[in-house]
Design a protein around this ligand. Structure first.
Ligand code: UD1
Length: 420
């Protein structure tokens, strides 16, 4: 078990590269179920979650070769069509195998993911979508069991915009017979990237990048290669790390278009932002002004950046509110930030953050991926030493974040400990 030991107070400066997007590679990998052949994904992040996804797909018979920042995949046909609880409980994105399995093989047995650290995360839209495409679905002993002869195109309208359900149903519809329309499709860049990748595999998808996706099912797909898009949440986290230390940093190899909501809020706080084709530079003001946010679907402010923003606002020059609209209970980081001296009140899905003059180092506990990131950011500015425990949460979604922060001048070490 590892922890981070951070000595706060260093202003970050310099340049750091953004890695490939976790949430993109997690939906690209299961797309390889859809066709036999060889695949190569480049610019892949080196993460526990991508290893978890490869373990799940390997258990079905797909072969993987990992290089530093690429993944080669060989699919010679699957031997099982099952995602056992042992895999799904580690990573909810395992549900992504449902659509491709039923679509190509007419059968899938996938464990229900259950809740997560910040409350219920239903998968009803995934199940209803696959049923609309003609699959017969039963829930037995915690498993979704879906069967179909061949899926048939249908009109599917999501009442909530869902990244996961859009990706899953897209992967199901590409091999269905006839036309599928997905209304209220998610617009997150990771979903759009998946749609373009499926096109490379031979899928017929039109209106990519709009809320209505049209898919004309084909009989067969081919394997393909992809360059994974940059991780907009890692980019936002690194920018906020620069911001919270009142540093001047440049993040490169990112897509600034994907960061508009975060950049616009940082500008409102007072940060000077310069944007290039694939970089963003941040110049700090003297004072961090309080700025309200509410989380929204893309292109709104991402829920995956809410915790990190809260850390920044905890040392702002006044009060701000944070309204969480995607996951109402996503506030596990609040008690830990309070242990570092933050002044935060939560009422239902709204947090009021009263900026304090300084945070003070303490031992804090990671509870989930983005909560851990918010604690690391707070530790960078807290006076004295902060220890962030249970950083395995962080390793799920950030590639060696301590090395990137060190490169920017942070005093942060990964230390092995025996106990939790
Ligand atoms: C994905 C991201 C996660 C991010 C989230 C929201 C991956 C692997 N994970 O998760 O990092 O926080 O998008 O941007 O890409 N919902 C339903 N029924 C469903 C599915 C979702 O009601 O069947 C609701 C959820 O409770 C939530 C909203 O839809 O309120 C959006 O969730 P969704 O976009 O599906 O999140 P994930 O795909 O699980």
């Amino acid at each position: 078990m590892y922890k981070f030991v951070i000595n706060g107070g260093k202003k970050l400066s310099g340049e750091v590269k953004v890695s490939g997007a976790k949430n993109s590679v997690l939906c690209l990998m299961p797309a390889a179920i859809l066709a036999n052949g060889n695949y190569k994904f480049s610019n892949t992040p080196n993460l526990i979650d991508s290893i978890s996804m490869s373990n799940l797909l390997s258990s079905m018979g797909i072969e993987f070769k990992f290089e530093e920042n690429s993944i080669e995949i060989q699919n010679n046909g699957l031997k099982t069509f099952e995602a056992p609880y042992e895999f799904v409980k580690k990573m909810r994105a395992s549900i992504y195998v449902l659509g491709p399995l039923v679509s190509r093989y007419g059968y899938a047995k996938v464990s229900l993911p259950g809740g997560c650290a910040w409350g219920p995360r239903p998968v009803n839209l995934h199940i209803e979508g696959i049923e609309k495409l003609g699959a017969k679905v039963e829930i037995e002993q915690g498993y979704i069991i879906a069967k179909a002869d061949r899926l048939k195109g249908a009109k599917i309208e999501f009442n909530v915009s869902s990244v996961g359900a859009t990706a899953n149903i897209l992967m199901a519809a590409v091999l269905a017979k006839g036309t599928t329309t997905i209304e209220n499709a998610a617009l997150e860049p990771e979903v759009i990237s998946l749609a373009y990748f499926l096109q490379k595999m031979g899928a017929k998808i039109s209106s990519i990048g709009t809320k209505t996706l049209e898919i004309e099912g084909v009989d067969e797909l081919n394997s393909a290669n992809e360059n994974v898009i940059p991780d907009r949440i890692e980019a936002g986290t690194l920018l906020t790390a620069g911001a919270i230390t009142k540093g001047n940093i440049k993040i490169s190899r990112c897509n600034p278009n994907h960061l508009e909501s975060i950049i616009s809020k940082l500008r409102s706080v007072g940060f000077g932002i310069t944007i290039g084709d694939d970089f963003v530079s941040l110049l700090s003001p003297n004072s961090i002004e309080p700025v309200d946010i509410e989380t929204e679907i893309y292109p709104g402010f991402p829920t995956d950046m809410q915790a990190q923003w809260m850390s920044l606002m905890s040392i702002a020059n006044g009060s701000s509110t944070i309204r969480e609209n995607i996951y109402f209970d996503r506030f596990n980081h609040v008690p830990e930030l309070i242990r570092l001296g933050a002044n935060i009140d939560v009422d239902k899905n709204i947090a009021v953050v009263k900026g304090v003059e300084k945070l003070t180092g303490a031992k804090v506990m990671s509870t989930d991926l983005r909560a851990s990131a918010s604690l690391v950011l707070a530790g960078l500015v807290a006076e004295g030493t902060t220890e962030v425990l249970r950083i395995y949460h962080l390793d799920r979604g950030y590639e060696k974040i301590e090395n990137k922060l060190k490169k920017l001048g942070a005093d942060i070490e990964r230390v092995y400990i025996d106990e939790f």
